[in-house]
Ligand binder design. Sequence first.
Ligand code: ATP
Ligand code: MG
Ligand code: MG
Length: 380
Amino acid sequence: MTTVGILGGGQLARMLALAGAPLGLRFLVMDNVADACAGQFAPMVVGDYRDEAALAEFASRIDVATFDFENVPAESARWLVERVDVFPNPRALATAQDRLAEKTLFRGLGIPVPPFAPIDTLDELRAAIADIGTPCILKTRRLGYDGKGQFRIRGAGDIDAAWQALGAQASKVGLILEGFVHFERELSVVAVRGRGGEFRAWPLTENWHVDGVLSASLAPARVDEATAALAVGHAKRLAEALDYVGVFALELFSRDGELLANELAPRVHNSGHWTIEGSETSQFQNHLRAVLGLPLGDTRMVGTACMLNWIGEMPDARAVLDEAGGHWHDYGKEPREGRKVGHATLRSDDAAALAASLQRVGTALGRQDQVLPVIHALQD
Ligand code: ATP
Ligand code: MG
Ligand code: MG
């Protein structure tokens, strides 16, 4: 009996545990809160990721460790790797945790990025803005997620407000300034690399964010074959450079036929949730196969799929369950503003049928704003 240890007990760990059940896997989740939603399906070690005693107990009960949470301290991952197999490796994790290290690596690999500069002081911020221009975005280098720790600077008049908001973080988690990209589309490559270097990517996904949080994903994305191949090539080079094992997502902006890399998520990713019902092998199943050294599953999809995130509270399930290709995921979390509490996936054989399905669900749930950009994309 193989036990997979997962650091972080959120919905990603929960969906990993669900995907691993048919493989006969056991799971052990470590989280610093006792009511983490993956705990409804897997035993837990409750403790701080920096607490050696808790980590030691976790390590003693598992065969391999992986992550649901990308901000597990890199030192904890390195401590663990001395005792048990850890995938992805701590270097890949540490790189993805730091926007500066990540963007420097992208650039070094020939993957285009928006202009960026590390910022330590207000003077450096002024100088970088003079260089990069406005609009631009000041971000924390570490610990940001769902658009948190970011300040959009529209013009020189916003500099003081930006420093007021984030300046104190400069000495704690570091800051980075990035040029604002007027993108036509946001895309992600969700891909997997096995222990032996085998690489597979799912069809490209197109994503819509609201207030920095993913709202909807559509697969396959509306891009030509050359763009898709370019994106997948970037992801493959990145995975090889990091000797990455497992599933990851590379977030990209598409503008004027050009792709610019935004960030790397070193784990299964929200924009890959559609793969559960929409593709031959889900990202969760393939992540487990990769970290266990099993053959990777086919990533092809049939038809087209859209995932809708439920943020804050769950809507009524019935409108989605009424759809032929409607699938419901309730993470079993308490409602809370801004929290990802569940998602739905609608799968159809063609674009027109998916647009009609989205129209019905959006109307029934009063969520027209969420489905409209996807419907427009499907009708383009
Ligand atoms: P997550 O990890 O949840 O995807 P995050 O907090 O790490 O989010 P980013 O992915 O950097 O944040 O940014 C969130 C969203 O903000 C992006 O998906 C994009 O919509 C917008 N955004 C971020 N950086 C830029 C940029 N340089 N130009 C234009 N839009 C941007
Ligand atoms: Mg991120
Ligand atoms: Mg992001």
